[in-house]
Design a protein around this ligand. Structure first.
Ligand code: NOJ
Ligand code: CA
Length: 692
């Protein structure tokens, strides 16, 4: 690969390969600081760097520069699955080596400037005066240059499953209590704290995104807005005693990332998060493959059926309870017969797999947080025959997806993990959906602490040993680690479709998620709900799905994931088989992606080319305001003709009043075509484009 020549303006100034971004590093009275500029805009004003340590010392001042190095890279790597087959990694690097004069402690800071973004991390070299140490605070600042508009969720340590609040930075504090609807204790909150990835827009039309990459063996980062300023400082998730990170040199921290452009489509197209992660370490990836699935799931989420087999037990003793003697509630979803119906439907319509939740004992007890021994991941309820359903699935060329709800008990999961994964191997499961509902056990270890993050990665590493793919719900929001471990095929880690049955998602929710949650990796959003009125499934549930049906189709393209669910119950698909065809057809792995239109909170339109194929699919998700979307077909090959099948909102569609009003139209199109498509309030569309 040809290296782009580096151009350094001064000792500690670095330019991006396209020269639009400029990073400046400076020691100001011995304090390390950095700032960032994009074209003529200030992205970050002078911002401080460093740490406070548990032993009372700090790494924030008294530094001198020992040396500095510059490097540059321009390479391309191939993905195992993804929004594209190849990713470019082109950046210029500045490595600053610092020494604290009084302590002789060494600290390196490595900056990488890409087109449209900066990543930097701290590295603690091996050294006599800093071996084992405990970080009590990271003080990394992000000094924003104005009162930007931000799409934010509250920075608590327990959940990421919030609707976004869109406000000016100065309004975060007053809106915080309203936004933080979870009733968690004050100490898990900082009242100006927000989670990353944080998407902002400046008055001058610059889009700025702050997140992290490769958060490995380190706590997750929230951002605290300093009172009366527009400066964020890093807020690491603590352990029960307030410690943040246990470190041994030599060690790096995760990368802190700032993606920047005046065109929001560049934020969606950025691969900085993956580029800052280590390459894939799984040699044989033949067993890692995208999956389209249905499941015995939405019926429990909506309250039509139950995960638990009986309503009688108040206390389960794993292995000791004889379920054949307990009274079934006759609402249990995961019965052998019912799962077979799902297998039949999956097989008939070309789905790869069926997820089955509530198959194993323990659900009667799973909310009891005093116990850390709720599930064993091995013992089926008496009406679920593991052997029979799996061999039936095999006959029908479908697989089952295992479900491990851990009830947040990391120790319990770890002590059963080998047996649980071996059990999966024995019966032919290749993918597990895990979950961490409720407070993490051991008590006091929050979801996003170093300890818990290590657990999440341990589960993925162990799964790789058993050739198992992982889709972890309620785990920390991802930071691109699935580049290194591509068997981590998805996470939930944000407010998914399930909340449409728990009160609803904001109508523009999926026009924000690709700018926030998905900066770190794919989301198991579980789209495809065709019946918006949940009371039709469960008369006691008055929740509504805040989208049109056509929007649900568009999500298969907009909300990228190699693991895509068709979430609704079979009966609802049978009512709309013509629209269901789009879900059957849409690929889940892509050759390339083209970001056609985007404005966070308003709309997103994306075109993607099927991997190993010539077909294209276009998806749109629209927010509250009805709009005409433009699809410029320049992504198609010149001189070729194509048939587009368009699944669009009808003219009178509206997410509240008329969500199931859609039209399916065919049209001949080519490179020259510019489609204009009406999108309703909460609407969207999906288009399938096949070469003639
Ligand atoms: C929350 C998950 O997000 C959901 O998908 C799952 O069904 C429940 N927990 C039960 O584990
Ligand atoms: Ca969840």
């Amino acid at each position: 690969m040809l290296l782009t020549p580096l151009e350094f303006i001064g000792q500690s100034t670095l330019l991006s390969p396209d020269k639009l971004l400029e990073l400046h590093f400076e020691l100001v009275s011995g304090k390390p600081t950095y700032s960032l500029q994009f074209s003529n805009h200030v992205v970050l004003k002078e911002s401080h760097l460093g740490f406070h340590l548990k032993d009372g010392s700090s790494l924030v001042d008294d530094f001198k520069i020992v040396s500095q190095e510059t490097h540059s890279k321009n390479e391309q790597w191939e993905t195992v699955w993804g929004e594209e087959r190849y990713i470019n990694n082109e950046h210029n690097e500045l490595l600053i080596k610092l020494e604290q004069v009084s302590t002789k402690r060494l600290l390196d800071i490595r900056f990488r400037l890409f087109n449209y973004g900066l990543g930097f991390r701290y590295e603690f070299p091996e050294q006599p005066n800093l071996g084992n140490f405990v970080i009590i605070d990271e003080i990394t600042e992000f000094a924003m240059a104005g009162d930007h508009i931000a799409h934010w969720i509250p920075g608590d340590y327990r959940t990421q499953e919030y609707n976004y609040t869109t406000s000016k930075l100065s309004e975060i504090k007053s809106l915080f209590k309203k936004a933080a609807t979870y009733n968690v204790s004050q100490q898990t909150f900082s009242e100006t704290g927000v989670q990353t990835a944080l998407q902002m827009k400046t008055e001058g039309g610059l889009y700025i995104n702050i997140h992290e990459a490769a958060c490995v063996d380190f706590p997750t980062m929230h951002l605290d807005l300093k009172e009366g300023t527009f400066t964020f400082s890093t807020h690491l998730t603590p352990d029960p005693l307030g410690n943040k990170a246990f470190m041994t040199s030599p060690r790096p921290t995760p990368w802190r990332t700032i993606i920047v452009s005046n065109d929001p489509r560049d934020i969606l197209a950025s691969r900085i998060t993956y580029n800052l992660n280590e390459p894939n370490i799984i040699e044989d990836t033949s067993w890692i493959r995208p999956i389209k699935y249905i499941g015995v799931w939405w019926e429990m989420i909506t309250g039509m059926s139950s995960w638990n087999y009986t309503d009688e037990l108040s206390s389960v003793q794993i292995g000791k309870t004889d379920y054949t003697k307990t009274k079934p509630n006759h609402r249990h979803g995961a019965t052998t017969a019912h799962v077979k119906e799902y297998i039949d439907f999956a097989s008939e319509h070309g789905f790869d797999a069926v997820l089955v939740e509530g198959w194993n004992v323990g659900w009667e007890d799973w909310f009891d947080k005093r116990k850390d021994y709720v599930f064993d991941f091995l013992t089926p309820y008496p009406d679920f025959d593991v052997e029979e359903v799996n061999s039936y699935a095999r006959e029908k060329q479908v697989e089952l997806i295992m479900h491990h709800e851990t009830s947040g008990s990391t120790r319990n999961y770890e002590r059963h993990m080998d047996k649980a994964y071996a059990f999966m191997n024995k019966y032919g499961y290749h993918a597990v959906k895990s979950g961490y509902v409720g407070d993490i056990l051991p008590f006091g270890y929050h979801h996003y602490s170093q300890f818990t993050n290590n657990h999440f990665l341990y589960a993925v590493q162990k799964a790789a040993d058993y050739r198992i793919m992982v889709n972890a719900h309620e785990a920390s929001r991802p930071t691109g680690v699935s580049r290194t471990y591509p068997n981590l095929v998805a996470n939930e880690s944000a407010r998914g479709t399930e909340f449409q049955a728990f009160g609803g998602n904001n109508v523009n929710h999926t026009t924000i998620l690709p700018f926030t949650r998905q900066i770190g990796g794919p989301m198991d959003y579980t789209p495809g709900v065709f019946e918006m009125d949940i009371s039709k499934l469960n008369p006691n549930n008055n929740s509504r799905v805040n989208t049109t049906l056509a929007n649900q189709l568009g999500l298969y393209v907009v909300m990228y994931s190699p693991l895509q669910m068709a979430a609704d119950i079979i009966e609802n698909y049978k009512r709309f088989m013509d629209a269901f065809q789009f879900i059957k057809d849409v690929p889940i792995d892509w050759e390339q992606s083209v970001y056609l239109e985007a404005e966070p909170g308003e709309y997103i339109t994306i075109a993607r080319q099927e991997k190993d194929g010539s077909s294209w699919y276009v998806g749109n998700s629209n927010g509250a305001n009805p709009r005409e979307a433009s699809v410029d077909c320049h992504f198609l090959e010149k001189g070729k003709s194509y048939t587009a099948t368009m699944y669009v909102d009808a003219d009178d569609a509206h997410y509240k009043t008329n969500p199931q009003a859609y039209r399916i139209e065919k049209q001949q199109i080519s490179y020259e075509t510019k489609l204009k498509i009406f999108t309703a309030s909460g609407g969207g569309f999906g288009i399938k484009i096949i070469q003639n």
